[in-house]
Structures are given as C-alpha cells and as structure tokens.
Write a protein that binds this ligand. Structure first.
Ligand SMILES: [Zn+2]
Length: 207
C-alpha cells in the first residue's frame, strides 16, 4: 500500500495569504494541498493527540537567501513527529541536490516518494530502496515510531468508514431494517475507533 492515499500537490503559489512574510501563514493552503495528511508519514491531522506544522523541505538554515524562507514550493505540511525527527538534516549540504548515494530526501509531492517507502498491511511504514531506508531510519525514525504509525492508520481506516456509514444512514429511514443494520456496523467501528484512540493516548503518555 501507499504511505499516503493521495499524492499531495502544491498549488503553484499560496492563495489564502499570498503576500504573508511568515511561512506559518501558508498552513491552510498546505493543509488543503496535502489533503489533511502529513506529507511524510501520511497520518491524518484530525486527532487530538497529533498536531501539524509547516516544515521546510530544504532546511531553513541552508537557504541563506538563495531561496526565500516563505517559498511555497519548499514547504511541507508535516506532523510534529516527522518535523521534529527531520530537523535540519540535509546530507548533500547542497540545496539543489536533495539526495545522493542513497542518502537524503525526496520531495513528498514528487510521486517518486512512494517508490522508496510503502505501507505494510497493518499500517506500519517500510522501505523499498536504500534511499527509502535512509529516510526511514535516519530522517523520520519510522522504525521507532511504527507502533504509533500503525495505531494512527487503524484509527484513520475506521474514521473513513464511519464517515461513509453516516452518509448512508442519512439516506435511510430511521428505524428501518437497513438503517438498523448500518447503525450496528457503525457502532462496532466506533468501538474499535475508541480502542485504538485509547491505546494511542496511553502510548503517547508513556514516551
Ligand atoms: Zn508525519
């Protein structure tokens, strides 16, 4: 499976606050362009135990005025875990070269990103190339974060299904057999959702 369901695509220029001098002002544009998911790990941004930040793909400290620190094409909608692990890593030390000799990064808006990493059947993240392994192990520490990534993925699967069931319920007559069947399934999913949500809170409290 893919790490992200949908490839994020940046708009060419920020539109909500086009002349804003602070990159954080572009978070609403990024949120839309990244479909409300972290560009790097694909986690959904709607849970109370996660929060989302604006990452500079090429680290701010290397820009030195060659690229503006508000350049939209260099910004990534990122969960705080990916952002905090990535920090200012940029092994090539050349802002024009994202990776060399299987070390470095691939822009999460480039479809090549998915060829280096993939999602396992239980929602974890694994690498498929040596460059993917570098990002997995050195940059984002997906190895250490695998338990939380799996729980976030399980939660998101249920969230999406519950949303579909709510739409289906709204189209049925309340109290009808069909309505009750859908409601029973939705309640099972809600119970599972709660279970994963609780496990995630306990996990985050323990680290
Ligand atoms: Zn992330």
């Amino acid at each position: 499976m893919k790490v992200r369901d949908k490839l994020p695509i940046r708009r060419p220029e920020p539109t909500k606050s086009p002349n804003e001098g602070n990159w954080t002002a572009h978070k609403p544009d990024l949120r839309e362009d990244f479909h409300s998911h972290c560009g790097y790990c694909g986690s959904y941004d709607g849970y109370r135990h996660t929060w989302y930040e604006v990452d500079h793909f090429i680290p701010k400290s290397l820009l030195e005025g060659k690229i503006s620190d508000v350049e939209y094409l260099n910004l990534v909608y990122s969960c705080k875990f990916c952002n905090n692990k990535k920090l200012a890593k940029w092994p090539t030390e050349d802002i024009t070269i994202p990776n060399v000799n299987d070390k470095g990064f691939v822009d999460p808006c480039d479809k090549e990103y998915e060829s280096h990493l993939y999602r396992t059947n239980d929602g974890g993240i694994m690498w498929s190339t040596d460059l993917g392994k570098w990002m997995w192990e050195k940059a984002f520490k997906f190895d250490e974060r695998n338990y939380a990534l799996k729980l976030l993925w399980e939660l998101n699967q249920r969230r999406k299904l519950i949303d579909v069931f709510i739409i289906a319920l709204n189209k049925r007559e309340e109290g009808s057999n069909e309505y009750n069947e859908i409601k029973t399934e939705a309640e099972k999913l809600s119970f599972e959702y709660y279970k994963y949500d609780k496990a995630l809170i306990e996990h985050y409290n323990s680290i």
